[in-house]
Write a protein that binds this ligand. Sequence first.
Ligand SMILES: [Fe+2]
Ligand SMILES: [Fe+2]
Length: 203
Amino acid sequence: MQNLNLGRSEFGHSSNRGRILSESEAKALLESWVPNEKLRLHMRQVSHLMRIWADKKEGLDELQQKTWEQAGLLHDADWEKWPEEHCRRIIEELEKREVDPDLIHAIASHGPRYFGVLPVTKIDKMLYAFDELSGFIHAYSLMRPEAYEGMEIKGVKKRLKDKTFAAGVSREDVYDACERAEISLDDLIRFIIENQIRNYTSC
Ligand SMILES: [Fe+2]
Ligand SMILES: [Fe+2]
């Protein structure tokens, strides 16, 4: 990720609380901003994990589950076309469209070392936690002949210790995110293995 300090900590407006994009608006935005299907899969994976976590672990209502889901779905929407402006561009777009401030804050804090915005709430912390690690686990699945089948926590941890594997994934961020979310690395890995979308079909 680029080092773009957003230089602010307030995002969106409180009067927009509870407002998210419709499914067709979100889809249209992704279609025009993200032609790369690998990046779309990454966002779908994070969004799916966010929704399940919001439901099963946090017991949140339908609208909140969708808010978590949409934060995952759009968090890297500007990465392909404007990498040097990531994630300012998508934040400004969502502010313009009067989207829920919590959703925008979650996107703004998904890379605290890069964007200068700390994850504060649970939605922030889980987006940060799922982002790098779900991508890492997907990379691991691609090098296994059995893909996700029979994947074990210890196999993922072994790869995390191997600095040459998926070198672009910051281990520092993975561990930091677990600490902030107060979740053990084992639990997070297990949740991702069990719930991750495994292929492109739903992108
Ligand atoms: Fe990102
Ligand atoms: Fe991401």
